[in-house]
Design a protein around this ligand. Structure first.
Ligand code: SF4
Length: 580
């Protein structure tokens, strides 16, 4: 990947495309690339939907190669949801394809002077941009179908739905999966709204005629890749749990641990968890036929294969196999125990281009406000439809949980830096609480997934209900994750590399053989720290202080059943997370 594609939407006479060498951004990928460009080129005080913000889409450092698990793609910008820097990453095919085409990043900048929507087409001969108002307010599914009809059935897409066009702060950017469906999303932080503000509806990618990127040391690379894959297959989470049930394998685990946020984080256990668990989902999928519960990868080269397909009662495709966080947000967090209803909402979120975590958390806040009853699945479906239609209520909900809480005068709003908490109650998984409070991203589980040592016994054991050891755990995980997010590797490799030193070494060897220089654990650590420092600096200039690194007060005073615990990590301890 030796070039950056820049599209200046403000240029005189219409959008202007430029291809540049990497320059200062050489040897960066994924999150290191997006946060690098945003930190250097976006004024921290700018309006997220204004012409000074940029949307950066960057494949990982190893994307486009045959390295296993290397097809994640990062989307970065100043977030309309948090007001800080954002990196949200996704699976899907576009990362591998952009890597093969040689693009280390696509940067959308400026703002069109005229109303209207644009489509971008990229293939081996270059890139072009055209106005196409026929795409206006199409869902992601119809958008992809239209692009396939126009550019051929081998293309893949990066697109926004109506929520992005309406510049809602919960809007996502969609990436097509192996089956060319827009089911993978850079969901968090309103990246879709920024793409909408640039007037770009879809980026269509065709990598015909391109081949996989070649490693600097092919023999060493091949051997390390083999060892890495063997390690992933050997670990019980990456080799058994995730491939068998997908991420929803976590429902029963987190519920049993008393850490399953239920009815807007009111309790830590949901009586209907068994009905929406990964095990029940697999049983249902098997009974309905189709591809059954067989899981598959969301992009070429995934060997964990936690993704899958959800069929409706008549055996027709409805959505992807719904992910744990979505099953939780639209399920237990709203008191809903109906997998069919949850899958319907997942499909609507994907089609409208909405972050499923933010939307589920928002609907739960709306339920607490009395807009609908907890447990009323039909009402939840209708609320999401209001968002897609852009009704006044829909516009409030599409702005996320924090805005909805304000609009209805609700105190119990589970957000940090304006972003909704995911599927682990920070009182019963206190390491996760440290990550929610302190990550540069706003409440985000993937930024430092302390569930590993707190609940799963992966990478050590730290008591989830106590404050001891949580800061160090979260710090180490946040640093490692910032580095992994830069390689293009799916974060689920963390289970195996945390537990198996030989698999971590294989990852270092794999990366080193690809880029042609030795990689060490210290080097990975330094990369992660550098990315975090850059992001922290941006946020400080955008107005964040140490008081921004806090959970809402009620997590410190309101006890969570069944353990009757509050969040016990002190502010002073939280201030030690970034002491490097
Ligand atoms: S493990 Fe799951 S999320 Fe990760 S790349 Fe594979 S299918 Fe996608």
């Amino acid at each position: 990947m030796d070039k950056i594609l820049r599209i200046n939407m403000s240029a005189d006479g219409g959008p202007e495309i430029k291809t540049e060498p990497l320059g200062d951004y050489a040897s960066l990928g994924g999150r290191a690339m997006t946060s690098g460009i945003v930190s250097k080129e976006v004024p921290p005080s700018c309006h997220p939907l204004g012409e000074d913000n940029k949307l950066v889409i960057a494949p990982g450092l190893l994307s486009g190669s045959v390295a296993a698990m290397s097809g994640r793609i990062s989307v970065g910008c100043k977030s309309p949801l948090t007001g800080g820097i954002k990196e949200s990453n996704s699976g899907g095919q576009p990362s591998q394809m952009l890597g093969r085409l040689g693009y280390a990043a696509i940067v959308l900048e400026g703002k069109p002077t005229e109303k209207g929507l644009y489509k971008v087409f990229i293939n081996k001969d270059g890139a072009k941009i055209e106005k196409d108002d026929s795409l206006c307010m199409l869902g992601n599914y119809d958008t992809v179908d239209k692009m396939k009809a126009e550019y051929g059935d081998k293309v893949h897409c990066i697109s926004i739905g109506p929520a992005g066009e309406m510049k809602m702060a919960a809007a996502s950017v969609a990436f097509t999966d192996m089956e060319q469906r827009p089911t993978r999303h850079a969901g968090r932080g309103g990246t879709g709204a920024v793409m909408g503000s640039k007037g770009v509806k879809v980026i269509v990618i065709d990598d015909a005629g391109c081949s996989a990127r070649t490693p600097a040391d092919p023999e060493k690379f091949k051997a390390a890749n083999k060892e890495f894959v063997a390690g992933l297959r050997k670990h019980p989470v990456t080799g058994e749990g995730l491939p068998a049930y997908g991420t929803n394998v976590l429902t029963n685990v987190i519920n049993e641990a008393g850490a399953y946020p239920t009815r807007n984080f009111a309790t830590g256990q949901f009586e209907g968890a068994g009905k929406i668990s990964g095990e029940s989902q697999a049983e249902m999928e098997n009974a309905r036929g189709g591809e059954g519960s067989a899981t598959h990868g969301c992009h070429r080269g995934c060997v964990i294969r936690c993704s899958g397909t959800f069929y409706d009662k008549n055996g027709n495709f409805l959505s992807k196999q719904v992910e744990y966080e979505t099953v939780w947000s639209h399920g237990g967090n709203c008191g809903i125990d109906d997998l069919d209803a949850i899958a319907q909402i997942d499909r609507l979120d994907d089609d409208f281009g909405l972050d499923t975590i933010e939307m589920g958390a928002t609907i739960a806040v709306a339920m607490e406000a009395g807009v609908a009853e907890f447990g009323d699945a039909e009402a939840a479906i209708n609320l999401v439809k209001e968002v897609g239609q852009g009704t006044p209520l829909g516009r409030i909900l599409g702005s996320g949980a924090a805005v909805t809480g304000k609009a209805y005068g609700i105190e119990r709003v589970p957000v940090v830096k304006g972003q909704a908490m995911p599927a682990y109650d920070p009182r019963a998984v206190q390491g996760q609480g440290v990550t929610y409070a302190t990550t540069t991203m706003g409440a985000d589980h993937t930024a430092g997934y302390a569930v590993t040592a707190n609940i799963l016994g992966v990478g050590g054991t730290v008591d989830p209900l106590k404050s001891e050891g949580q800061v160090e755990l979260s710090r180490n995980l946040q640093v490692a994750t910032a580095a992994i997010d830069s390689t293009g590797m799916c974060v689920f490799i963390a289970f195996a590399i945390l537990d198996q030193p030989e698999t971590f070494q294989a990852l270092l060897d794999l990366t080193g053989a690809f880029i042609g220089q030795d990689m060490t654990a210290d080097g990975v650590n330094a990369l992660g720290q550098q990315v975090l420092k850059q992001e922290r600096e941006f946020n400080a200039k955008a107005g964040f202080t140490k008081e921004s690194d806090r959970l809402p007060d009620y997590f410190k005073t309101e006890k969570l059943a069944p353990h009757d615990v509050t969040f016990a990590v002190s502010d002073e301890e939280l201030d030690q997370v970034f002491n490097f």
